[in-house]
Design a protein around this ligand. Sequence first.
Ligand SMILES: N=C(N)NCCC[C@H](NC(=O)CCC(=O)O)C(=O)O
Length: 449
Amino acid sequence: MPTREVNYDGIVGPTHHYGGLAPGNLASQRHAHQTSNPRDAALEGLAKMKRVHDLGIPQAVLPPHDRPAIHILRSLGFLGDDAAVLAKARREDPTLLAATASASPMWAANAATISPSADTADRRIHITPANLLHAFHRSLEPDTTATLLRKLLPDESHFAHHPPLPPHARYADEGAANHMRLAPAHDQPGLELFVFGRACDDPIERQPRRHPARQSQQASQAIARRHQLAPNRALLLRQNPDAIDAGAFHNDVVAVSHENVLLHHERAFAETALVSERIRDAYRDLTGNAPVRIEILQDELPLAAAVDSYLFNSQLLTRPDGSIVLLAPIECHEGNRVRACIDRIIADAANPIAAVQYANVRQSMHNGGGPACLRLRIVMTEAEYAAAHPHVMFTASLYEQLTTWVEHHYRDHLTADDLADPALLRESRDALDALTRLLHLGNIYPFQQ
Ligand SMILES: N=C(N)NCCC[C@H](NC(=O)CCC(=O)O)C(=O)O
């Protein structure tokens, strides 16, 4: 079997809710404290995975993390049994309780940055779990993410697992959401694009004015270095501060790459014209060809409409016949302007995108997570795929089992008050316990020890 790109999607956890926890993420702010539906959220995620699987593209799942994270509440001084800890946290610091209950690990694009073995000096897949320092609820993810990735990709002769970067703002890292790759084919050496929002010595005029920049240049540099990418295989690009101010808190809200295709908004990068040249020249030096760059101009789709619709958070997927499908959020179907833009891309014979499909992941979208946020891509050779944990690979039967599992364990509405319900903690743990058996993972969560 050839080298392939496997999409590992985060399964939405049973405590999915709208905590309003992510400044600069407009959807999270807009839907703060609304009632969520964890069951629909998880089923929407599974339906998207099924759709990718049905296109003939390898798909896998990443399990949710244990939430509410009682051990964090305890470490912050809330004592007593679990029910008492939850009740006190709800009373004294409801925002903290919401953070410890966030199902944010569902956004697997932020789990890690991964360099395929075709790009790295020692020909292993290199993996850096993101430290997600920017927001407290997300900073709780790296340890469990690292444990899970080691479990799912176990053979050190194929997979080089690095620890998350040092936990300091200098190395703030948000994972693959700020990382793209261009290559003629998955098994060919590629050009990895690292997009950062700020450097630690930035003068004030380079910084966004309204919203925070999350990814640091120093983090991106360190990852390119530790992943052993030759200098001609890595480019560092600065995100446009205007894009961050318009709500593009990650690069994947304004740009997406796949094989030799780069789809991006005109205002995605600082100094777009220069960036385009740098990408073209670096890619040509490496491969002898130019990449297919599809730039959407501000006149065709203003930045605000791009952020609203999450067009650039679509997945680009190569079907077995070689044609590319754009898997876009359903919200793109609902806006005339963005739909016209998609129709134009598909009609344009100068690029290989041949069709569009629309995915409904609304529950996730309301927290700022589109189709591409929910997946972590891992390019794998046949031997690497054979070494990976097989029981998380998506099949029609796994889809049936996971659907039944969600329907059995998940609630269909959740409010801020429910997060303190000790029954929710029990239900969530029962669900994860059952999931570890279903996916043959052994005891991976602290509550199972
Ligand atoms: N673009 C990518 N790749 N990922 C989307 C992440 C969304 C996530 N939302 C949140 O964390 C909101 C949680 C809340 O408000 O309850 C974030 O902002 O980090």
